[in-house]
Design a protein around this ligand. Structure first.
Ligand SMILES: Cc1cc2nc3c(=O)[nH]c(=O)nc-3n(C[C@H](O)[C@H](O)[C@H](O)COP(=O)(O)OP(=O)(O)OC[C@H]3O[C@@H](n4cnc5c(N)ncnc54)[C@H](O)[C@@H]3O)c2cc1C
Length: 543
């Protein structure tokens, strides 16, 4: 029996990190939404993701939760180093120094010196999700419906009809919405229901991720503490991640090609990676296949996809969730602008034009990193307690540190990927600068992330951007009245930020128009004669 409920405005399916980010950002823009989540309210997240990118931290700073997130997980003084070793407990091969969160702003470390208020942070999804959930629960505009599973949906030109199941009672309900956003992860029912296939490369490797608890493993460690330890030996390759710096660990075991998931013994895997017999409890396991898959479409009609529902790739450089978080904020200001009456529904079409190419590019970068990691020929004497063994370890360690330098300094993936080919970004004759995993050149070319600046008084440009559009003006004497009037006519909220930047690069234009998602929509040296058309265009209003 299915009861029909009232029509909701926006329904988000999935309260993972991406769905929660979308809900929080919508609420901050005054828009109500309902979030459907099939898990129970207090169900723990899987600790699989352990890197929150600088870009995600910038977004969380705008939500007012960045400091709280930095305090989760590892103790304040726990080094976030990346280590290479033959076993988790012994034979260090090499080390990339990454500071603890209390030293994150010291300017030291392999990934130091990025132009941001919020450098990357190492914290497990296990600890991140509760902060996002608590934030979402504290906002009146968000209605979180836990233990509610989406079964199916269909849409017409005016609405989407969803059939849901109450997990506790099994009863089915029907819900109507103006828009539905599928943030329901890799096995997305939403994506399935709108008939969108994934495209890319499948079966790039198989991993068993084991979440474990042990109060005795720390005593057996012969190496200085680290956040992540890559284990290289002839028997069991894997990665260990310290989650709380005490007793919680995540152990990713690479599964040999001739062994099935079920045929792989997790206890043997953990002992192989750690190199010791010790007491531990397995709290959860997750089998996953390394893939590079991107949805063919990021939406259809009134239904859109974000996060793992739209793309699924190997966690190299730590960008699955982080890309999803940026999907969410690219979508949320559009939905809010339409809801608040100052943008056209056509604005939504450019969501796919902006985010899908990023999904393609970042997923390919992650795949290349993974292919670089293909299990090397392990020299037989690597673990020997001999001069030859020591020489081999030094050689292999140096090669690994050099190979992975960019992966653990991914400034380009954080800040450098431009939006190109979007009809709501007004390009000029300059191409965005080239970017690479660890290559970033700040730029005001439309489509780029607005370059960060710290002013002489210590304040941050990012903290001074308005919640919606911001026009950065270098010279206060430049008359922008017709610009602000055009924005008013459209109803587009616009703040003017006067900053005496002089010749400070990369701000080489008098005016820079920044969108609510901190991307540059337009720049110029004067107000264009057809500024009304410009404003309409960035709001998705086309003649
Ligand atoms: C080993 C590993 C390491 C990783 N490391 C990183 C990293 O360092 N950095 C990074 O950025 N990413 C990393 N990732 C990827 C990251 O974990 C995912 O990208 C992230 O969880 C995606 O978030 P999401 O909100 O899109 O989806 P999910 O986290 O999968 O959340 C989806 C939510 O939807 C709910 N749901 C699903 N179906 C329904 C339904 N029918 N009805 C109602 N609710 C539903 C689920 O219960 C879940 O809560 C890693 C992944 C793996 C496997």
């Amino acid at each position: 029996m299915s009861a029909v409920q009232d029509q909701e405005n926006i329904v988000i399916v999935g309260a993972g990190p991406v769905g929660l980010t979308l809900a929080i950002d919508l609420a901050a823009r005054g828009v109500k939404c309902v979030v459907l989540e099939m898990r129970a309210e207090n169900a723990p997240a899987h600790p699989k993701c352990n890197t929150v990118s600088a870009r995600s931290m910038e977004i969380f700073r705008r939500f007012g939760i960045a400091d709280e997130i930095r305090q989760q997980g590892l103790p304040a003084d726990y080094p976030c180093d990346v280590v290479y070793a033959t076993r988790y407990t012994r034979n260090e091969l090499g080390r990339l120094p990454i500071p603890s969160w209390s030293e994150r702003f010291s300017g030291r470390g392999h990934d130091a010196g990025w132009p941001t208020d919020e450098p990357p942070h190492r914290v497990s999804q296990l600890f991140l999700e509760p902060v996002l959930r608590a934030k979402a629960a504290s906002v009146p505009h968000i209605e979180l419906r836990y233990e509610t599973e989406l079964l199916s949906l269909e849409q017409d030109n005016n609405q989407v009809t969803l059939v849901t199941r109450d997990v506790a009672s099994g009863s089915e309900n029907t819900l109507r919405a103006s828009y539905v956003i599928g943030c329901d992860g890799g096995r997305s029912v939403v994506r399935h229901e709108i008939g969108v296939p994934l495209e890319g490369d499948d079966n790039l490797g198989r991993i068993k991720s084991i979440f474990l608890k042990s109060d005795s493993l720390k005593e057996k460690e012969q190496l200085a503490p680290a956040w992540m330890t890559w284990v290289i030996n002839a028997e069991q390759a894997g990665t260990m991640v310290a989650l709380d710096g005490k007793e919680l660990f995540l152990c990713h075991c690479r599964i040999p090609a001739d062994v099935s998931f079920d045929g792989f013994d997790p206890v043997e895997g953990v002992c192989g990676v750690t190199g010791v017999d010790f007491d531990f409890e397995i709290l959860a396991e997750e089998d996953w296949i390394a893939r590079r898959l991107v949805a063919k479409k990021y939406g259809k009609g009134r239904v859109y996809l974000a996060g793992d529902a739209a793309h699924n790739w190997l966690p190299f450089a730590g960008f699955g969730m982080n890309a999803g978080i940026e999907d969410a904020i690219t979508l949320s200001w559009r939905l809010a602008a339409i809801n608040n009456g100052w943008a056209s529904e056509e604005l939504l079409a450019s969501y796919e034009a902006e985010r899908r190419p990023v999904g393609e590019q970042v997923s390919r970068a992650a795949m290349h990193l993974a292919q670089n990691q293909a299990p090397p020929e392990i020299p037989a004497a690597l673990e020997d307690d001999t001069e030859e063994g020591a020489g081999l370890r030094a050689f292999v360690g140096a090669a690994l540190v050099e190979r992975d330098g960019p992966q653990f300094n991914p400034i380009g993936l954080n800040f450098g990927v431009p939006y190109e080919g979007s009809d709501v970004i007004i390009s000029d004759d300059e191409e965005p600068p080239e970017f690479g995993i660890d290559l970033y050149t700040p730029s005001t070319v439309p489509g780029c992330r607005v370059p960060h600046l710290i002013f002489p008084d210590g304040s941050s440009l990012y903290d001074q951007l308005g919640p919606e559009f911001t026009l950065i003006r270098k010279n206060k004497s430049l008359d922008i009245t017709i610009f602000t009037k055009a924005a008013q006519r459209q109803g587009m909220p616009l703040e003017v930020l006067d900053i005496p930047l002089g010749d400070q690069m990369p701000y080489d234009r008098e005016l820079v128009l920044v969108r609510p998602d901190q991307r540059i929509a337009w720049r110029g040296d004067s107000v264009p004669a057809d500024v009304g058309t410009l404003i309409e265009q960035v709001c998705g209003v086309f003649a």
